[in-house]
Design a protein around this ligand. Structure first.
Ligand SMILES: Nc1ncnc2c1ncn2[C@@H]1O[C@H](COP(=O)(O)OP(=O)(O)OP(=O)(O)O)[C@@H](O)[C@H]1O
Length: 301
């Protein structure tokens, strides 16, 4: 079942500036090439979706953008003038890996796909960890910091869980708590790997609203998603990953085509626009060599 988030906001048409650029990324695990020639720019005020089949390289790309993995080739950097269009050639800029861990934490937050936690803490303390980059070594959290934690809990609907131990939570609750931690962190860029995969439809809508608000406030939001209809409604721009490469990149209307579903996902899918203007995707069959022949015979080709 797919959930349709609220329609995209006018931020989509406003002028966007590039906040981070990745250029010609290449990364392998042993002999397996997982990223090949990946180049993309992230813009403020945009929700940027990453979609593609299992194993396409989406999580690896996100971890590389978060400087948690080092590419064999290519770089991730802050453009020196952060307002050039995505299509312009790279300018020298500053490599993200040269930022200190505190600077990096002020710049970006990364939500992993696996939300299991190594240590047990009360939820409120987990969210407070998001403040690390903003706290002085010599003082505890201020009243403003405490208010920020409370706001993050409220924004994600996890207030009632604040005193519970994080290990006692359900998978979906843990996902919301880790999102609250990111909100408390207040970075310029949010890198979120399947942030709604464990959420019910109400919470999916709630998170979509929250991400749209972050974009409207000028943050860049990158989100890996498998629910294509949800992605179409939420994202200003979608990058389709296929076998470690960018297959296509652009507005949902541009990239979510029946041809793309056949070539990348190997499924037949109907792509329709509802009367409300939302794009919906209905997969109805698997593409296979045999299936293609059968279909052609049925169609009398
Ligand atoms: N630590 C690792 N060691 C070896 N291979 C890995 C490792 N992590 C990922 N891979 C391989 O890299 C490829 C890309 O994985 P990645 O997790 O980036 O894909 P994905 O597009 O996020 O997939 P999914 O939608 O299933 O989460 C896969 O073939 C995977 O098996």
């Amino acid at each position: 079942m797919s959930t349709t988030p609220p329609p995209r906001t006018p931020t989509r048409s406003s002028a966007a500036s590039t906040v981070l650029r990745a250029e010609d990324l290449q990364l392998s695990y042993g002999s397996q090439r997982v990223l090949q020639g990946v180049t993309l720019s992230l813009q403020r005020g945009r929700v940027h979706g990453l979609v593609g089949p299992n194993g396409a390289g989406k999580s690896t790309l996100l971890r590389t953008l978060a400087v948690l993995q080092k590419p064999a080739r290519g770089r991730v950097y802050l453009p020196s003038t952060r307002n050039e269009p995505a299509s312009e050639p790279a300018c020298p800029g500053r490599d993200l890996c040269t930022l200190s861990s505190r600077e990096r934490a002020r710049f970006l937050a990364y939500l992993p796909q696996d939300t299991s936690v190594a240590f047990d803490f009360p939820v409120r303390e987990v969210v407070a960890m998001g403040l690390y980059a903003h706290l002085s070594r010599f003082r505890g959290p201020s009243s403003g910091d405490l208010a920020r934690i409370q706001h993050a809990l409220q924004r994600t609907g996890t207030e009632a869980l604040a005193e519970k131990s994080v290990r006692s939570l359900s998978g979906g609750q843990r996902q919301l708590v880790l999102l609250a931690k990111q909100l408390a962190q207040r970075p310029e860029i949010y890198l979120l790997d399947e942030p709604v995969s464990a959420l019910d439809i109400a919470h999916q809508l709630h998170v979509a609203q929250c991400l749209r608000e972050l974009a409207a406030a000028g943050h860049a939001v990158v989100v890996v998603l498998h629910d294509i209809t949800y992605a179409a409604a939420l994202c200003d721009r979608i990058t389709v990953m296929h076998q470690g490469r960018i297959y296509d990149d652009g507005t949902p209307e541009h990239v979510l085509t029946e041809q793309m579903f056949a070539e990348v996902y190997r499924v037949r899918a109907r792509v329709e626009t509802t009367s409300g203007g939302n794009l919906t995707v209905l997969p109805y069959g698997v593409v296979s060599a045999r299936g293609d022949r059968t279909r052609r015979r049925q169609e009398g080709e």
